[in-house]
Design a protein around this ligand. Structure first.
Ligand code: FES
Ligand code: FES
Length: 170
């Protein structure tokens, strides 16, 4: 006979142990197996540069790289990244040593409130390394998963185009 949990009983949550490798550091973690990479980065490692927008895969604010490919960290379980190489915006540059893409976003005013910007930059880096930042049309297409509520799209495209080594079209 299968025993049913009593009404109101607290179910045991399955915990899992794994190691996140983020921006060159190693972080052993023990978490609920359902914890997303986004929540692990923000709540467990204090890496709040990666933003939570929709938390359901539609805005791109949570974009990070795993093994050099961009992914949505709100749709990825942290435990799936065991031993893989995670890069967040904190691993791209800092105030005293900005990455050229960050410089270009500053130069072209590629943001207003800045909430979407970490995700935009992580996607832009992927685009450039994949050779998909050749024209404004191409940039718009491959950046279409990154939503900007402030509507800074024109400047974002210009920033990416210049960072990719092309003339910035404003
Ligand atoms: S927070 Fe992940 S896509 Fe919006
Ligand atoms: S700069 Fe505000 S959402 Fe993009």
């Amino acid at each position: 006979m299968t025993s049913q949990p009593r009404p109101g009983a607290v179910r045991a949550v399955s915990q899992t142990e794994f190691t996140l490798r983020v921006n060159g550091g190693e972080y052993p973690l023990r978490t609920d197996a359902r914890v997303t990479l986004l929540d692990a980065l923000r709540d467990r490692l204090g890496l709040t540069g990666t933003k939570k927008g929709c938390d359901q895969g539609t805005c791109g604010a949570c974009t990070v790289h795993v093994d050099g490919k961009r992914i949505l960290s709100c749709l990825t379980l942290a435990a799936q990244c065991d031993g893989r190489e995670v890069t967040t915006i904190e691993g791209v540059g800092d105030e005293s040593n900005l990455h050229p893409v960050q410089e270009s976003f500053l130069k072209h005013d590629g943001f207003q409130c800045g909430y979407c910007t970490p995700g935009q930059i992580m996607s832009a880096l992927a685009l450039i390394s994949e050779g998909r930042a050749g024209t404004p049309e191409e940039i718009r297409e491959y950046m279409s998963g990154n939503i900007c509520r402030c509507g800074a799209y024109q400047n974002i495209v210009a920033a990416i185009q210049e960072a990719a080594g092309h003339d910035a079209a404003l």
